[in-house]
Design a protein around this ligand. Structure first.
Ligand SMILES: *Cc1c(COP(=O)(O)O)cnc(C)c1O
Length: 460
């Protein structure tokens, strides 16, 4: 697999690139996969090997890797007006048009939009907006942020602090005042004999107790992904948002939906909050917002936060925050096209979200079939996102010994078979592009199933 000659792409990648979120033993043994281009849901490496990308790049390349309309929209805007900022009361026409479009497709009656270059920056921006509001409203102590264990909100300093994963301790994070509640994963966290309804009540009671302990007037917001993504594709327990939203409301704590993964169709609805029937106070968007064709994030403020922030900013006459490339005209033109491709379609192509809905039953039945394997403890998901959790013992839900690196082995075996999928803890994550055909979906599961069989035979 690995080409070790000094001028190989693998050696050049090693010598020049500081890897992030990469299992170094795997990359040392196998070499980095260096890619040149893509064809539909496939990517091709420097050796000409093709891989079906079951993870849509990193959740985002949902229109595939060679969508002609997306590239044309980018080219047209580069020719027309290749860059501008959104400071000092200036912005591009594309920026205004995208904001109007986002408001139109948002679940809010009225809204306003603020742009960033990434999901992490959108979360940090939201935190700064909330902290700004606390100060302006005479409640400077209202700064604590509630999230959940296993939540993933990004890697900038506030977003890392919000992320509920143990790896951030290597940075001395989280910062003080970022509080992580329990993960609402019934299969893993439910107690002996506890029903799912009782589990959900326990999650709600924990929230009540936390608010009482910390003081409602010290909490700026509760952030939640509708389905936790990078934490392992964890849908909430039944009734979770219906149980927690009234508690937050009662205490005047905004609920921010981090829709970076769920937004724009992944769960089958436009927004994850619609799949789970709750109304957030603001939405954080990125990833599918541009179908991965441009780095961009957005904070979409619902009516209440919008009105309060507008009022607070009027007082000091300026909101001192923004990125050089916020509202980039090319990014906005690409996002406008992506939203059309996903939600509207054209004469020849139905909207991709329809394909998500059409493919979901096939996805679910393949998942259910693989869940019957004695070493698959749980198959979970929503829409076109899913995870298969490997276990040594299904009845007791006992994981494999960590030293076996079971999910890395499965993912590496898949790579050998021409399938890219992602290990996460001891689970394998699938989040295929929305353009996938039924035949490609069957190919994805055939390759995965054969890799599972091979690896489980080696280690059990
Ligand atoms: C990916 C992700 C982020 C971070 O987005 P970046 O663009 O990588 O900064 C934030 N929240 C969620 C839910 C994500 O999946």
């Amino acid at each position: 697999m690995r080409d070790d000659s000094p001028n190989s792409w693998e050696a050049r990648a090693d010598a020049s690139s500081f890897y992030g979120f990469t299992d170094l033993p795997s990359v040392h043994e196998r070499g980095a996969v260096v890619l040149t281009h893509g064809e539909g849901p496939y990517v091709v490496d420097v050796h000409g090997k093709r891989y079906l990308d079951a993870n849509s790049g990193l959740w985002n390349m949902v229109a595939g890797f060679d969508h002609p309309g997306m590239a044309a929209a980018a080219k047209a805007q580069y020719d027309r007006f290749p860059g501008y900022h959104a400071f000092f009361g200036r912005m591009s026409d594309q920026t205004v048009m995208l904001s109007e479009k986002l408001i139109e497709v948002s679940p809010f009656e009225s809204a306003k939009v603020f742009y960033t270059n990434s999901g992490s920056e959108a979360n940090d921006t939201m935190v700064k907006m909330l902290w700004f509001l606390s100060g302006a409203e005479g409640q400077p102590q209202r700064r604590k942020i509630l999230t959940r264990k296993n939540a993933y909100h990004g890697v900038t300093v506030a977003a890392s602090s919000m992320t509920g994963k143990p790896y951030n301790s290597v940075f001395g994070l989280p910062l003080d005042g970022f509080i992580h509640l329990s993960c609402p994963h019934y299969w893993r966290e439910g107690q002996e004999g506890e029903t799912e309804a009782a589990f959900t009540r326990r999650m709600a009671a924990e929230l009540e107790e936390t608010i009482a302990r910390e003081g409602a007037d010290t909490i700026a917001a509760f952030f939640a992904e509708p389905v936790m993504g990078a934490g392992g594709v964890i849908p909430p327990s039944a009734g979770y948002f219906q149980a927690i939203q009234p508690i937050l409301k009662k205490h005047g704590i905004p609920l921010i939906a981090d829709e970076v993964i769920c937004g724009f169709g992944r769960t089958g609805a436009v927004w994850g909050c619609q799949s789970y029937d709750f109304m957030p106070d603001a939405i954080i968007s990125s990833k599918c917002l541009t179908a991965g064709y441009f780095p961009m994030g957005a904070v979409i403020l619902g009516p209440d936060l919008c009105e309060r922030l507008d009022r607070a900013v009027e007082e000091i006459e300026e909101f001192p925050h923004g990125f050089t490339a916020s509202g980039h005209p090319v990014g906005c033109a690409i996002a406008l096209k992506a939203i059309d491709v996903i939600l509207k379609g054209d004469d020849r192509n139905p909207p991709l979200i329809e394909n998500v809905r059409a493919l979901t039953p096939r996805f679910e039945s393949h998942m259910a079939r693989l869940a019957e394997h004695p070493n698959i403890g749980e198959a979970r998901g929503k829409g076109l996102m899913g995870a298969l959790e490997a276990v040594r013992d299904k009845a007791t839900r006992t994981p494999f010994d960590g030293d076996l690196s079971v999910s890395e082995r499965i993912a590496n075996t898949c790579t050998d078979h021409g399938l890219i999928c992602r290990p996460l803890g001891q689970a394998i994550v699938l989040c295929p592009p929305f353009i996938m055909t039924e035949a490609q979906m069957d190919e994805m599961f055939e390759k995965l199933e054969s890799a599972l069989g091979k690896v489980f035979a080696q280690i059990t």
